[in-house]
Design a protein around this ligand. Structure first.
Ligand SMILES: *[C@@H]1O[C@H](CO)[C@@H](O)[C@H](O)[C@H]1NC(C)=O
Ligand SMILES: *[C@@H]1O[C@H](CO)[C@@H](O)[C@H](O)[C@H]1NC(C)=O
Length: 488
């Protein structure tokens, strides 16, 4: 459940990957969340009943049906975690990253749970044979020490003096504002302007008549997801941007799919008038986007989706010419694709953006664009101190935005600019000294309560299940005597 909640930020990526593997367009991520939520609630209920039973002194006895359910649950969890670790190597680093946002609160929760659990542990120590007494006691002690001292190992960029908080990261609209309008359409980019984005992020391909246009899916998926190509060109399958002229691409409808599949569960937020506008969207040319960018002084950053290396060279030439002819200010172009040498010569004003630090150092650049979980928080801070511009993609959830804000990133590429624009402050920022005071206090109070509970149970706790079951008064003189190891 925790992994589901943390990777919710990337649900769109996970869904499209699963779609490619399973060839069935279902909201797979939602299916996973629902299964996890049901299993989590079921386990919590079982645990709750077990605690009540133990508190009442009843014998624990799990029905065989529950044993089977739990068995399948464990298989599901193990399979899920293994899949994330091995199949989605790109997702796994998000889990340790998320701890930097959640660990302080998880620790408070764990201390509370430890306190609640301790009476039951003390009870079972009292009832156990000598050997198991030490085993249970030992495990409990080690676990308690680990939980109490965990804060010593917690690192988070949000543990800093509030006055040292960096500036709020700027927003870059990922394919426009894809939750408010169909991705990579003029409507989507117009919507992103209302979120005050500083740049448009998009994807460029070049048509048969050498006109650059905006389309993400390429290769075998070309046009299938986001246009009505199947209806307009029935029986034909295109796998290359040069299969069609721009006029043919432009004739396709690029908005209807959005209303039909509602990829972000967000269509209900649109007014009737907006839905009507979405329905009539087409695939724009790069030139159309450039004039919008020029009009509003917004930067443009894009991926180039060429099928082969040869095409890439020719595409780059045509795209650079299109940009130069559009008379947009060159400094508004963040050049992300390769061919950096050629581009530096023909368009010296473009700002070059690199996909990893190594390339950036090699070309003496100062802009990085990476996936949000590929950079350590410490690394981000060092890069920012060197005045390197760091943009991370794709950041949609508030907790993640907060964490990266604390770390000081320059900007993020986002699907949800309409939500992030309203975030005025990170979820939490705490001075290290304040946090130290809080966790030490919480630990000390919990420790005292647990020692108190232990002494109480030692003195008055019931010694023998049978006594309790027969409802005799809890303790009498006889039972206050030390237990002999023979007592069952
Ligand atoms: C599309 O272009 C590719 C690469 O040039 C070619 O192999 C393919 O046959 C073309 N498909 C159609 C339907 O024209
Ligand atoms: C970064 O920029 C600031 C302000 O423009 C400047 O004071 C500082 O010296 C720069 N740092 C480096 C490492 O270039």
């Amino acid at each position: 459940m925790y992994i589901c909640m943390i990777t919710f930020n990337d649900r769109d990526d996970v869904n499209s990957e699963l779609f490619q593997k399973l060839k069935l367009r279902v909201n797979w991520f939602m299916v996973l969340i629902i299964i996890s939520a049901v299993f989590t609630s079921y386990c919590l209920l079982l645990l709750l009943f077990a605690l009540i039973q133990v508190a009442l002194g009843e014998q624990l006895d799990l029905h065989w049906l529950h044993k089977i359910f739990l068995f399948f649950g464990v298989i599901f969890v193990v399979a899920g975690v293994t899949t994330v670790i091995f199949e989605w190597k790109g997702e796994w680093p998000t889990v340790p990253l998320s701890l930097q946002a959640t660990a302080p609160f998880l620790q408070f929760g764990a201390v509370g749970a430890l306190m609640l659990l301790s009476p039951f542990v003390f009870q079972s120590i009292k009832n156990a044979k000598t050997g198991s007494k030490f085993l249970i006691g030992g495990v409990f002690l080690i676990l308690s020490a680990a939980i109490f001292l965990w804060p010593l190992f917690i690192r988070s960029p949000c543990l800093k003096e509030p006055q040292e908080l960096p500036k709020k990261p700027k927003l870059i609209g990922h394919r426009g504002a894809p939750m408010l309008a169909p991705e990579n359409t003029i409507m989507a980019f117009n919507s992103s302007i209302t979120c005050n984005v500083t740049a448009f992020e998009t994807d460029v391909q070049v048509s048969k008549d050498r006109i650059p246009f905006l389309m993400h899916d390429h290769g075998a998926d070309f046009l299938l997801r986001t246009t009505d190509v199947k209806e307009k060109f029935s029986g034909q399958h295109f796998n290359d941007s040069t299969n069609l002229t721009f006029e043919e691409v432009h004739r396709l409808n690029a908005g209807d799919w959005f209303l039909k599949t509602d990829p972000f569960d967000s269509v209900s937020m649109l007014s009737e008038e907006e839905k009507e506008r979405a329905r009539s969207q087409t695939v724009p040319s790069l030139l159309q986007l450039l004039s919008l960018a020029r009009e509003h002084t917004i930067k443009v950053i894009f991926d180039l989706k060429s099928s082969t290396k040869e095409n890439k060279k020719q595409d780059t030439v045509d795209i650079v010419n299109t940009i130069l002819n559009s008379s947009i200010d060159q400094s508004l172009i963040f050049w992300l694709p390769d061919q950096k040498e050629y581009v530096s010569k023909s368009a010296p004003g473009f700002i070059h953006v690199y996909k990893n630090e190594e390339d950036m150092r090699k070309y003496n650049g100062s802009c990085l664009n990476m996936k949000y979980n590929e950079l350590e928080m410490e690394k981000i801070r060092n890069l920012r101190e060197e005045n390197v511009t760091v943009n991370l993609y794709v950041v949609n959830e508030r907790w993640l935005f907060s964490l990266l804000w604390c770390a000081g990133v320059s900007s993020v590429t986002t699907n949800s600019c309409h939500l992030l624009k309203d975030v005025d402050y990170p979820d939490w920022v705490m001075a290290p000294s304040t946090y130290l005071l809080i966790w030490v206090l919480v630990d000390i109070v919990a420790l005292f309560i647990m020692i108190g509970l232990f002494l109480f149970w030692k003195k008055y706790g019931c010694c023998d299940e049978d006594v309790r079951r027969n409802n005799t008064p809890a303790c009498n003189e006889k039972e206050l005597q030390p237990l002999s190891p023979k007592v069952p």
